[in-house]
Ligand binder design. Structure first.
Ligand SMILES: NC(=O)C1=CN([C@@H]2O[C@H](COP(=O)(O)OP(=O)(O)OC[C@H]3O[C@@H](n4cnc5c(N)ncnc54)[C@H](OP(=O)(O)O)[C@@H]3O)[C@@H](O)[C@H]2O)C=CC1
Ligand SMILES: CC(=O)C(=O)O
Ligand SMILES: [Mg+2]
Length: 649
């Protein structure tokens, strides 16, 4: 760490680039707005705001609207008045040739309240609320609790045989009754995670155009170049804390899905709220549409995005730069921007470029690294030895593969004191052309070069396994069924307990299934996968397997950044997040062969991760939420969003 011009540089970064940050940013509480008024510039986003009726008196509405009411418009103007009888706000007194602002100030009551997903409670509105909020007659007379609503929804969900129908039912619920959606997801996380997240979200993105009903998130396309700040202001929520952004070029292991990648930021942010307790209103899903190279989508009449091939080079980077600048201008220094499912030829560069000026996190590179390191730390309790005693082989040398590799090397270096260049030598990667070796260095992308060790060329994984004899085999290729019987048997021939992680998503792209891994290793392997597999029965024994997915990390990681008011991400935070997650793996989990804790406990786990990340932010001088809270775990828990209904006056 070193200081230049009042900024501190941390020269230790997964992206290989020092992260830089100013030291003196203070947290400033935003004023509480009770009644939203029509803005003087007539922006729709500022204008059409619903507030609960109990907060609003007639005088407040009048005073809030008077400054910009069209009654202030020059009444001397000629021409006819086109609106008939003058309305209460004076809008109709504007003559036909005048420009007017089409604004409304409404209270969320009656019919509108039932259609506002933030406030709607459906049949759970009490008798008193039905009276106070003009709901009489708009609902059937029965009153039910939120618990009964959850029970009914789960009953209905289980009737659907097709996963995509469940996904659509969940999205409909999110659009209709947000709190019920989150209550359902939190209380049934293990059952519903595969619906709103991988694998089903993958299929949803592939078919996004045909299942599209209501837009979710913010779409920023090349058409909006030069106006991105304006577009951000169209989003109805103002206090954004986390943005998940994709350009749709590498959606899970499914490739370029263009604008239809929107399912991913929407899904990830649902997990931010359900698993990490970030308020839904503070979350903003964004898809940047620069076109797609997916010919099938370009020809699909239901495709929702720009019908052009992807912008690259300057056209691409200018749009991204405008977006990054607009975000900072609109939301300030402490909004977390999570890059998700960008192709690797952009992902590493974006992380390096904006890591020094924004609070950015690449989930595929950094979140995945942290979750896999956690699983490996836990697995050591089953296989023995220290990390440094193991040999690692990856199939896939992209974002996930090289990100994980770098964090493992960093952890070994931290534990042993050996230089990073040395610890990297324990790690080998195979890409589509074979083992990454020194003789290939000239043709390698920059993020692969640190892994080009001395070795004769090998062009396939099976031979690489035989030659390297890894103790840990990690699949991060996006290529399904690539861990063959021969490969798993080979791993099992020189390891008593081979560690095999098939990280690729969705299930169709998994390098092998749980059943294959346990069967081919005769029940000896320690297995986890990116998408979930049901427990496997082999030789009379049941083997449950864990989910090695960054969903364990990013919600708690983001919470930690937010509650500490962190202004930059640092690799040390990834390491402590891994340690915190590994500590949550119990003896009972390990006895079953599980190297991750169950998701059912995830909010408590996220609070632990958040506390450690926040603590690290304070230690590094990156936190701005001062003074530091005494008990960070309790503080993290107290900050978490609860989906329980609120009582309306
Ligand atoms: N479980 C989790 O939490 C996460 C899982 N993932 C999953 O990991 C997968 C990869 O993601 P990411 O790293 O971002 O993707 P990238 O495109 O960055 O990297 C893919 C890598 O796999 C290599 N590859 C592709 N096909 C083959 C093949 N048949 N044989 C050998 N190597 C191959 C590519 O080789 P080349 O470079 O030569 O083209 C490249 O090195 C995806 O399926 C994604 O869903 C990603 C993030 C998190
Ligand atoms: C899990 C995830 O981020 C991915 O597969 O891309
Ligand atoms: Mg991803």
């Amino acid at each position: 760490m070193f200081a230049v011009n009042g900024s501190t540089f941390l020269n230790n970064s997964l992206s290989g680039v020092p992260r830089v940050f100013p030291r003196s940013t203070q947290r400033v509480a935003a004023p509480l707005v009770v009644v939203a008024a029509v803005s003087s510039n007539g922006r729709p986003g500022d204008r059409n705001v619903s507030v609960l009726v109990e907060n609003t008196s007639k005088e407040m509405v009048e005073s809030a609207t008077s400054s910009s009411s069209p009654s202030a418009i020059d009444k001397e103007a000629k021409s006819t008045v086109g609106g008939g009888v003058e309305d209460v706000y004076g809008e109709d007194s504007a003559t036909e040739d005048m420009h007017i602002t089409p604004w409304t100030v409404t209270v969320a009551s009656g019919y509108q309240l039932l259609r506002d997903p933030h406030y709607n409670k459906g049949l759970a509105f009490t008798e008193k609320e039905r009276d106070a909020h003009f709901l009489r007659g708009l609902l059937p007379p029965g009153v039910v609790s939120q618990e009964i609503q959850v029970k009914k929804m789960m009953h209905n969900m289980r009737q659907y045989q097709v996963p995509l129908q469940r996904y659509m039912a969940m999205m409909d619920l999110q659009e209709r009754n947000e709190r019920l959606f989150y209550k359902l997801l939190i209380d049934n996380v293990e059952e519903l995670l595969p619906v709103v997240y991988t694998p089903t979200v993958g299929e949803a993105c592939q078919k996004y155009g045909s299942i599209f009903r209501q837009p979710q998130g913010l779409f920023i396309s090349l058409k909006e170049k030069g106006r991105i700040l304006e577009v951000l202001k169209n989003w109805p929520e103002k206090k954004i804390q986390v943005i998940v952004v994709t350009d749709g070029e590498r959606i899970l292991g499914l490739g370029d899905l263009g604008c239809q990648g929107m399912g991913i930021p929407v899904g990830k942010l649902s997990l931010y709220s359900a698993l990490g307790g970030i308020r839904p209103s503070a979350c903003l899903p964004v898809t940047i549409d620069v076109g797609t190279n997916n010919e099938k989508l370009l020809e699909d009449e239901f495709y929702i995005g720009l019908r052009r091939r992807r912008a690259t080079g300057q056209e691409y980077s200018e749009l991204l730069h405008e977006f990054m600048s607009a975000v900072k201008q609109n939301y300030g220094e402490k909004v977390l921007i999570q890059f998700e499912d960008f192709a690797n030829h952009n992902a590493f560069d974006l992380l390096a470029k904006y890591g020094t000026s924004h609070l950015v996190f690449n989930d595929d590179i950094e979140g995945t690294a942290s979750v896999v390191l956690a699983g490996l730390i836990a697995a050591l309790k089953l296989v023995g030895g220290a990390l440094a005693d193991h040999r690692f082989l990856f199939l896939g040398a992209g974002e996930a593969g090289t990100g994980i590799a770098e964090l493992i090397a960093l952890e070994i270096s931290k534990q042993t004191g050996a230089p990073l260049e040395e610890t990297r030598k324990k790690i080998w990667l195979v890409d589509s052309k074979g083992l990454i070796v020194r003789s290939r260095i000239e043709s390698l992308q920059h993020f692969k070069r640190p892994w080009a060790h001395e070795h004769e060329p090998i062009n396939n994984l099976a031979d690489a396994v035989k030659s390297i004899k890894p103790t840990v085999l990690i699949g991060s290729s996006g290529a399904g069924r690539t861990f063959t019987k021969e490969i798993v048997e080979s791993m099992s021939s020189f390891n008593e307990k081979p560690i095999i992680l098939a990280l690729s998503n969705p299930t169709s792209q998994s390098e092998c299934t749980a059943e294959e891994a346990y069967k081919w290793s005769e029940g000896r392997c320690i297995f986890a996968s990116g998408s979930p597999f049901a427990p496997v029965e082999y030789n009379g024994k049941v083997y449950p397997s864990g989910q090695a997915n960054n969903a364990y990390i990013f919600p708690g990681f983001g919470l930690g950044l937010i509650i500490s008011g962190a202004i930059r991400v640092h690799d040390e935070m990834l390491l402590v997040a891994s340690e915190a997650l590994a500590e949550q793996v119990s003896h009972e989990n390990l006895e079953k062969g599980l190297i991750y804790p169950p998701f059912s406990n995830i909010r408590k786990i996220s609070a632990q991760i958040a506390a450690r990340v926040a603590e690290k932010a304070f230690q590094l001088g990156l936190a701005t939420r001062l003074p530091q809270p005494e008990n960070l775990v309790r503080y993290a828990e107290s900050c978490m969003y609860s989906p329980n209904y609120r009582t309306y006056r």
